[in-house]
Design a protein around this ligand. Structure first.
Ligand code: FEO
Length: 170
């Protein structure tokens, strides 16, 4: 059995990951409505990855004898005013998710729950990559996004992203 507090935090994190998927679907919808299908593609795939994160946590709890309680998923309710806002929102959100993962890690460490620490190692690395990806998107948008040809090139580049299943399996 896992530490009870750690299990509760992981259960809450399932909701947060599904909310992340919802947020990225909202961002993808915005870009597709605006004709930036490459950005839409990138965020649709990001939403798929977030669902994978939720499923990994759900399976981990089940594999360790904990039942899972699912709560309501909050509406993202985004109202973006320009093309840069969603990327900034994504970066800010990933930094928030990193703080949540770190918080669970902290609880696992305090409880000497080494199994969960090992499970979370993958998420710690993943968060580093996700923060870096979204931060890079901001920088690239600032460099090239104000020019229509530059924006077209950025959008084409993001259209090339394809979905890959998570490297962590349970
Ligand atoms: Fe699963 Fe991007 O946090």
């Amino acid at each position: 059995m896992l530490d009870q507090k750690v299990a509760e935090l992981l259960n809450d994190q399932i909701n947060k990951e599904l909310y992340s998927a919802y947020l990225y679907l909202d961002i993808a919808n915005y870009y597709i409505d605006e004709g930036l299908n490459g950005y839409g593609n990138w965020y649709n795939i990001q939403a798929q990855e977030e669902q994978d994160h939720a499923m990994l946590m759900l399976k981990y709890l089940q594999n360790n004898g904990h039942s899972v309680t699912l709560g309501a998923i909050e509406a993202p309710g985004c109202d973006f005013k320009n093309f840069k806002e969603p990327i900034e929102k994504a970066y800010e959100h990933e930094r928030y998710v990193t703080s949540l993962i770190n918080n669970i890690y902290d609880a696992a460490y305090a409880a000497k729950d080494f199994r969960t620490m090992q499970f979370l190692d993958w998420f710690v690395k993943e968060q580093g990559e996700e923060e870096q990806n979204t931060e890079d998107q901001i920088k690239r948008f600032e460099l090239f996004g104000s020019d229509p040809k530059g924006l077209y090139a950025l959008d084409n580049e993001l259209a090339g992203r394809t979905y890959a299943a998570p490297s962590l399996t349970l």
